[in-house]
Design a protein around this ligand. Sequence first.
Ligand code: RP5
Length: 170
Amino acid sequence: MTDPKQPLVGVIMGSRSDWQTMQHCAATLEELQVAHEVRIVSAHRTPDWLMDYAGSAESRGLQVLIAAAGGAAHLPGMAASKTVLPVLGVPMDATVMHGMDALLSIVQMPGGVPVGTLAVGKPGAINAALLAAAMLGEAHPELREALRRRRQAMTDKVLRDRDPRLDPPA
Ligand code: RP5
């Protein structure tokens, strides 16, 4: 039996300013009832804390890391350098480049240290949570069922509302 309080997913972000986007990641993990923790960990402002966090993640029982960063966006790659846990990177729209800088920075990891890169911004934040739950699904079948129900709810919603000329059903 897994300790229900033991976080399985660590959600980190480079700045409090990323929370406006990453709250959607946390909300999706909560919706799926995935035990998780959320921390601000900056690659360039708190490099030692980043090394401690990522270096101890596995021994603390975390199974997946989700790392969000904008701009030069070193956080996901540097976290991945300190752990063999899967790291999912979420590029933030934080600069005049609207996330393209962070996207390229996160996705272009040299071969050998992977970061699974999601879409820029809110869709990536949500999908990182869903992908983390999918990764945990083998060991936690209830999460796989929650994902199945969520997919079905999306399908049902569209099928109930197929004529865009009509008001959506309540
Ligand atoms: C990155 O720089 C953060 O991840 C954030 O997306 C961006 C801007 O940070 P702030 O200047 O708003 O703290 O490190």
